[in-house]
Design a protein around this ligand. Structure first.
Ligand code: GLU
Length: 292
């Protein structure tokens, strides 16, 4: 009998740049429920690449809130800030293949560029989150110009050349979405995002690059996260394909909306777990509030 059958691996991956709210509780509980039903393992990954906004105090609060809520994690806590070298290696492999380029336009310059375009009545493409695509003029810089600017120390980000990346993959991409109606093959549309950021001068990796690197490194088989990240999965599929990484099954769950009908934010006092705990709300109450 083969007892070495790999168990499914789930992960909850909060960013310690704010406090957990009811939306995070729902996500953690949904991961716990699914991991339990599949006899899987549940890992905790702290997504702290944003060194300016993530703090040890917020991380400690998150870990405390999750323990209070009754979520047990398997294995040690995985911190992204300890893995910058891994993300750098992934970035270098994309640069080597001519799929990433240094992008020199500041946020302000992009804003002005887009505004000028739109003032002339022309539309400018926007990504699924509503942010304008990067203009991409830097894509056509000669190698010489690129290195001259890099050597002069100008601040820059590294961006994926989306058109080149899609061409390099050369086939339509899909992911498996675990829905109420079963597993559905879902087409990925990474082009909708334009030239995404892979690393910035102030953060040596981006969310997209780190998340696919770590899901592979941690052997994650099931990604359970909110609908707000549904479209990001298109980018994750593309990066997995480019970097030769495996693809987990995805489930994007419903979001808890605030009284204004918008997604909860970390600044929202009423729904912060810390606040609710202080008011005497119990973990069982939180489960009910999250629809469990
Ligand atoms: N760190 C992300 C967040 O807190 C979640 C990333 C993911 O689940 O892929 O929204």
């Amino acid at each position: 009998m083969n007892l070495n059958i790999a168990r499914p691996v789930f992960r909850f991956a909060p960013s310690p740049n704010g406090r957990l709210h009811l939306g995070h509780a729902l996500s953690a509980l949904e991961n716990q429920r699914r991991a339990h039903a599949a006899d899987g393992r549940l890992l905790l990954r702290i997504e702290d690449i944003d060194r300016a906004r993530c703090t040890p105090e917020l991380e400690a609060q998150i870990i405390d809130d999750l323990a209070w809520l009754g979520i047990d994690f398997d294995g040690p806590v995985f911190r992204q800030s300890a893995h910058f070298a891994d993300y750098q290696a992934m970035l270098l492999s994309l640069i080597d293949r001519g799929l990433a380029y240094p992008a020199f336009m500041t946020r302000g310059a992009v804003k002005r560029h887009v505004a000028e375009h739109e003032e002339q009545g022309k539309t400018w493409p926007r990504d699924p989150d509503g942010a304008p695509h990067y203009p991409g003029d830097d894509r056509s810089l000669s190698l010489e110009e690129r290195w001259e600017r890099l050597e002069s120390g100008v601040r820059h980000a590294w961006r994926l050349d989306m058109a080149a990346a899609i061409e390099a993959v050369g086939k339509p991409l899909f992911w498996l979405e675990d829905t109420d109606d079963g597993i559905v093959e879902t087409p990925a549309d990474p082009g909708a995002w334009g030239d995404i950021v892979l690393s910035r001068s102030d953060a040596p990796s981006s969310y997209h690059l780190s998340v696919v690197t770590d899901d592979a490194a941690q052997h994650v088989t099931h990604v359970v996260r909110g609908m707000d990240l549904y479209h990001a999965t298109s980018v994750h599929r593309l990066l997995q394909e480019l970097l030769g990484l495996p693809t987990p099954v995805y489930h994007h769950h419903r979001l808890i909306l605030g009284a204004d009908g918008c997604k909860l934010s970390k600044s929202n006092q009423d729904t912060a777990l810390e606040e609710l705990r202080a008011k005497g709300v119990s973990p069982a109450d939180i489960r009910v509030m999250c629809g469990f």
